[in-house]
Design a protein around this ligand. Structure first.
Ligand code: UD1
Length: 430
């Protein structure tokens, strides 16, 4: 298993280009199953989860061409299989996004239940209830969800999610696009990725209004067609690099981002003493403010509030801020796996239930740590960049799921980070 070796204490300086949003590219690739015509997606990030999603499409029978590394041309005119198998779903939960399109276009779908993951139980009951509202018959057999549209086509309906769910909203939006009649989704997720998916679907001929608000209306159409779409920049990658500039006391120009997609993050980081200047609509200039980093509490909540996907990185920053901050996680029940690892590096963090109290600034020193999930991995890289000495981060395959060429990007702005493959680690030990 690959590891990262980080020698911390160097301020990062230079320019970083943000890649396409993983969490937008995943549903957009799933949406290509809704039509027999070719859908072309640009700015698809080259990360493990997207390689997995592409494999799923190919396993189902779609043709995926990549004339360029980040351009996918998908033609799903020969889909013979309507199933996302356990082997794929267990490595990537987002494969459940195939359920809505398959059910809507072919009237049937089988998807393995994802089960638990490192950050919590993460059920898909809300997706399934919503499909039932659209007339699907859903059953569970041997760990697989089997959904059918009894008359071959789903029926539009009015439904309200009990809890805001991002992929749930996306799954239903895709399914409802081909349903008969109008669907109204209340308490819908308002994340920028939901809006990006709606933009793609509308280009394919869907009739979706209200994406980005908590009520989405979809007039179902009989068929969808070809479209070309560019995936939005990754707001979580952007936020991670903002923290990288601040935690190392460096200065980064972050290019090709959409600042308004991460306004709750930018607002909180400014309060915490990070100077973030919008030098043009897609470029940020980031450094610590003269007054230094200040402890500020944060609570994760659905968009437009502070995202859970930035919680671990924010906590890394708070270990270096002056004072005590309380980080409250309300979305996932087990998303403090990074805390124990940060403590090994000298962070002063106390966890009680879903809150973590961070006292800073702590003197961080390099250590051997283990990455437990995607965003936790990013937070450990950030902590390591701020620590004195060497940090060896194990299980970095998690970070490869969602951060494109993170080692290359960090090295290009002066970080001392390298990837060690197992053989290299063994060679060092010998
Ligand atoms: C998406 C993101 C993930 C992010 C999360 C929250 C993708 C591919 N992933 O995940 O990076 O951390 O949003 O912003 O876009 N829930 C249920 N039943 C359901 C569905 C969800 O109880 O059927 C719960 C979850 O366990 C969680 C909360 O609802 O507590 C929100 O989860 P949800 O928004 O669905 O997360 P994902 O869409 O899986």
């Amino acid at each position: 298993m690959d590891k990262f070796l980080v020698r911390g204490g160097r301020p990062l300086k230079g320019k970083i280009e943000i890649s396409g949003a993983k969490n937008s590219a995943l549903p957009c690739l799933a949406a290509t199953l809704l039509t027999a015509e070719t859908v072309t997606l640009h700015n698809v990030p080259y990360v493990r989860d997207l390689i997995t999603q592409r494999r799923l499409l190919e396993d189902l029978g779609a043709t995926v061409l990549t004339p360029e590394l980040r351009t996918h041309k998908v033609t799903a005119n020969n889909v013979q299989i309507f199933e996302a198998p356990y082997e794929l779903v267990k490595t990537m939960r987002a494969s459940v996004l195939a359920l809505g399109p398959l059910l809507a276009r072919f009237g049937q779908a089988k998807v393995s239940l994802p089960g638990g993951c490192a950050i919590g139980t993460r059920p898909i009951d809300l997706h399934l209830k919503a499909f039932e509202a659209l007339g699907a018959v859903v059953s569970l057999e041997s760990g697989d969800v089997i959904a059918r549209a009894p008359d071959g086509r789903l029926k539009g309906a009015e439904l309200a999610f009990e809890k805001v769910t991002v992929t749930g909203t996306e799954n239903v939006m895709m399914a409802a696009s081909l349903a008969e009649g109008t669907t109204i989704i209340r308490n819908a997720a308002m994340e920028p990725e939901v809006v990006d998916l709606a933009d793609l679907l509308n280009k394919m001929g869907a009739r979706i209004r209200g994406a980005g608000t908590d009520t989405i209306e979809i007039d179902g159409v009989e068929t969808l067609g070809a479209a070309e779409h560019t995936i939005i920049p990754d707001r979580i990658e952007t936020g991670t690099f903002i923290v990288a500039a601040a935690i190392t006391n460096g200065e980064l120009e972050i290019k090709n981002c959409v600042p308004e997609h991460l306004s709750p993050v930018i607002e909180k980081l400014r309060e915490a003493g990070v100077e973030i200047e919008e030098i043009n609509p897609s470029t940020l200039l980031v450094k610590r403010s003269a007054g230094g980093l200040k402890a500020k509490d944060v609570t994760t909540e659905p968009h437009p509030n502070f995202p859970t996907d930035m919680q671990a990185q924010y906590m890394a920053l708070m270990t270096q801020a002056d004072g005590t901050s309380v980080v409250t996680e309300t979305i996932f029940e087990n998303r403090f796996m990074h805390v124990g690892e940060m403590q090994r590096m000298g962070a002063d963090i106390h966890v009680a239930g879903n809150t973590a109290t961070v006292k800073g600034p702590a003197k961080l020193t390099g250590a051997k740590v283990i990455a437990s999930d995607l965003r936790a991995s990013a937070s450990l890289v950030l902590t390591a960049l701020a620590a004195e000495g060497e940090t060896l981060i194990d299980r970095v395959y998690h970070i490869d799921r969602g951060y494109e060429t993170i080692v290359r990007k960090l090295r290009s702005v002066g970080a001392d980070i390298e990837r060690l493959s197992d053989s290299a680690v063994e060679a060092e030990a010998a």
